[in-house]
Write a protein that binds this ligand. Structure first.
Ligand SMILES: Cc1cc2nc3c(=O)[nH]c(=O)nc-3n(C[C@H](O)[C@H](O)[C@H](O)COP(=O)(O)O)c2cc1C
Length: 337
């Protein structure tokens, strides 16, 4: 259920009426509800008593109760992450328009780049708080003519600094926000779906086909990549000719491969690895890509198994491997049929 602010609050607290409203939706079978964005910057960007607050334990307690009510019905709840698009002044300021006794200015126009970074930090802090309070996730509001969409659009964004002009500049705020809130450990799949920005120092855990090919894919002159492999040699499954080709390329690109080692700890900014002798080493890591422990996606098999006479499980769905292994397993099944 997409966001539809109830505005049921009268004192920035969750009340029984609001809980009942969302409980009804959750109980009606809605899988996920996006709730209002509470005020992230009180009192500077506070919209008034119908906006929820969660900046003190007392206010957060009400939101927890609301989340519990939604969760009890089996639904998930997301917080919408947004920031007011206008700033209100009691006096005249450049770029502001007078509305009665106040002056209102579009934030996307008047904010300085220092303020932009402060707002990113505030929003990232809000996202972190959302997790602590018990939301299941966040939705970033980047449409609807709101603050971020004003920055994205060349029609409203006439800035000449790093937040205006090219699409990269106009998207800078949004991308920086996503980067701050993004975990720095990803599954290798996220690299191929291109939903993230990798850091300068990238550590890939797992030196199999996927780990090494991913290193090859993401290598660039400005990125230091280290592959950590548990066995004494990477690419154990790959055939000799492509294997030597790939290893040569990785070497030419300055990618380091540490063998006989495993990651024992991942901390912000680093990975601690330990070799067979128990000697530990620290690797700098702005991003960590996990290319280990693939599990088959076989839920489709389970769901049709009982209803069809003959169903076979082949390829990655049976045992994640490479193209050759997938072709072999399906050929073997085909020969049996
Ligand atoms: C009165 C009203 C207020 C809304 N406020 C928001 C909002 O604050 N943020 C938002 O992302 N969407 C907002 N929406 C848009 C809804 O989340 C939704 O995208 C829209 O109603 C279309 O979905 P529907 O076809 O299921 O109604 C609002 C919609 C309505 C009718």
């Amino acid at each position: 259920m997409s966001l539809y602010p109830t505005k049921y609050s009268t004192d920035s607290r969750v009340n029984e009426r609001m809980i009942e409203f969302y409980r009804e939706r959750a109980c009606g079978g809605v899988a996920m509800i996006v709730l209002d964005c509470p005020c992230l910057d009180y009192p500077k960007a506070y919209k008034g008593p119908d906006e929820l607050r969660f900046d003190t334990p007392e206010f957060a307690e009400g939101i927890r109760e609301l989340l519990n009510a939604i969760h009890a019905e089996g639904a998930k709840a997301f917080m919408q992450l947004n920031y007011p698009k206008e700033r209100v002044f009691k006096h005249e300021v450049p770029g502001a328009e007078q509305k009665g006794k106040i002056w209102v200015a579009p934030l996307a126009e008047i904010m300085t780049s220092d303020e932009a970074r402060e707002i990113i930090d505030l929003m990232a802090e809000g996202a972190k708080r959302a997790r602590e309070v018990g939301y299941d996730g966040i939705e970033i509001q980047a449409s609807y003519g709101d603050f971020i969409s004003q920055l994205l659009s060349p029609l409203s964004n006439k800035r000449t600094d790093e937040y205006g002009g090219s699409i990269n500049n106009r998207a800078r705020f949004l991308i920086d926000l996503i980067k701050i809130d993004q975990p720095f450990v990803f599954n290798v799949r996220a690299v191929y779906e291109r939903i993230l920005e990798l850091g300068t120092n990238t550590v890939i855990l797992g030196g199999g086909d996927t780990g090494c090919e991913t290193a090859d894919l993401i290598s660039s002159e400005t990125r230091n990549i280290t592959i950590v492999e548990l066995l004494d040699e990477p690419l154990q499954r790959m055939k000799e000719i492509p294997k030597q080709e790939l290893l040569k390329r990785l070497k030419e690109r300055g990618i380091s491969i540490i063998t006989n080692s495993k990651a024992i700890r991942i901390q912000k900014g680093k990975v601690i690895v330990e070799d067979k002798e128990g000697i530990q080493k620290e690797l700098r890591a702005d991003s960590v890509i996990l290319s280990i422990g693939n599990i088959p996606a076989d839920s489709l098999f389970d769901s049709v198994k009982g209803s069809l006479e003959e169903v076979y499980l082949v390829g990655d769905a049976d045992n994640p491997g490479n193209l050759g292994a997938a072709l072999r397993s399906s050929t073997e099944v085909a020969l049996k049929i």
